[in-house]
Design a protein around this ligand. Structure first.
Ligand code: CA
Length: 362
């Protein structure tokens, strides 16, 4: 008993000494440590949807555990609190503290944001993360969102997507004419210039639109998520590759005032948790896509096909035109695009003799 008291006394004395030595205000530190925060996080995803919708749920539960309940985050699916495509507005205004979605949903307001979600024929997910974390990409992203009073963190990637589900065969470039397809972001603009009609629909509305014939085709993600929606029951042809979304990134956005109200240790936990989720989501999609592809391959009603070479060639040419125009008219897109494409060139040189060369040997 005496010994325990003595040890306790020593610890208290050591702690006081540490306070004095570092000249920190120990009183206010412990007050900050006692403060709790309750946040709402709105998303563009169906609630608890595999991968996309679980990423913010996992961020919330890990943050709550790591902070011992000092920061609790309640996650809402698209449309539960705000419409699926109004996440940026809600977080920017401070209606809610946090959001999870993909940057290309903001193309109407911030065209350059698309560089941080998906660029047709651009970087894959690992190249993207190299750019974001080590190549200056994240600093450019933050600068782009500063005027919206937002702090941004990368928060997952679906990996290379599939080209999508089609109820019409695509045998030549002429088959794109008049094609009504759900496809967001720059990919949609490319389809428009190729003669098609792009439609933007939140995930939850895709199946019905495809099944009723309101659209002829849709892209969504890849086998893992597409099977979750039952898209293989609404269309016959499954085309690859996802030229329009080679490694799309997801984002966590946080209202700056809410962010600034957090003590530094909670900020670091949020930042680190988002980075951990990146690895988690990539692994989940690699696993889920491979397992679901097995199911699709054994389905007699599904035909998995590559896009014809002439179609890919046309789409690549149009993509370049559209991105060049965007960079010529929007200074933010010019600055970000310059960084993105110079990085892509460096990455491609290495990827060509490492991963691409290796895949060709296996
Ligand atoms: Ca997609």
């Amino acid at each position: 008993m005496k010994r325990r008291q003595f040890v306790g006394g020593l610890a208290a004395a050591a702690s006081l000494a540490a306070c004095a030595r570092e000249e920190t205000n120990c009183g206010s530190d412990s007050a900050a440590g006692a403060q709790t925060f309750e946040w709402s996080c709105v998303t563009s995803w169906p609630p608890k949807f595999p991968g996309l919708g679980m990423a913010p749920e996992n961020i919330a539960s890990r943050v709550e555990a790591a902070t011992n309940g000092r920061l609790k985050i309640k996650v809402y699916g698209g449309g539960e609190l705000v419409p699926a495509f109004e996440v940026l507005d809600a977080v920017s205004r401070g209606t809610v503290e946090m959001g999870h979605d993909a940057a290309y949903y903001h193309k109407g307001k911030v065209p350059a944001a698309q560089f941080f979600a998906a660029i047709p024929f651009g970087m894959n997910n690992l190249e993207m993360y190299a750019w974001l974390y080590y190549g200056g990409g994240l600093e450019l992203w933050q600068e782009l969102y500063d005027p919206f009073n937002l702090v941004v963190f990368p928060a997952g990637s679906t990996g290379t997507q599939m080209g999508g589900w089609f109820n019409k065969e695509i045998n030549s470039v002429d088959d794109l004419k008049g094609l009504k397809m759900r496809i967001p972001g720059l990919g949609g603009e490319v389809l428009r210039r190729a003669g098609g009609t792009p439609v933007t629909l939140p995930g939850s509305e895709i199946f019905t639109a495809l099944q009723t014939g309101a659209i002829d085709a849709t892209e969504w993600v890849g086998p893992y998520n597409d099977v979750s929606f039952g898209l293989h029951k609404a269309a016959q042809y499954y085309y690859y590759p996802g030229w329009h979304e080679p490694g799309p990134g997801l984002e966590t956005i946080i209202n700056k005032d809410a962010w600034n109200s957090l003590p530094p240790d909670l900020q670091e936990i949020v930042r680190t948790t988002c980075q951990a989720i990146v690895t988690d989501v990539i692994a989940e999609y690699m696993h889920g896509n491979a397992m679901s592809l097995k199911q699709l391959k054994s389905d007699p009603n599904v035909e998995i096909r590559p896009f014809p070479a002439e179609v890919i060639e046309l789409l690549r040419g149009i993509s370049k035109e559209i991105i060049d125009e965007m960079m010529a008219t929007d200074p933010a897109a010019a600055k970000i695009g310059e960084s993105y494409f110079s990085y892509l060139e460096d990455m491609s040189a290495n990827t060509d003799i490492s991963e691409r060369a290796y895949y060709n040997t296996r």
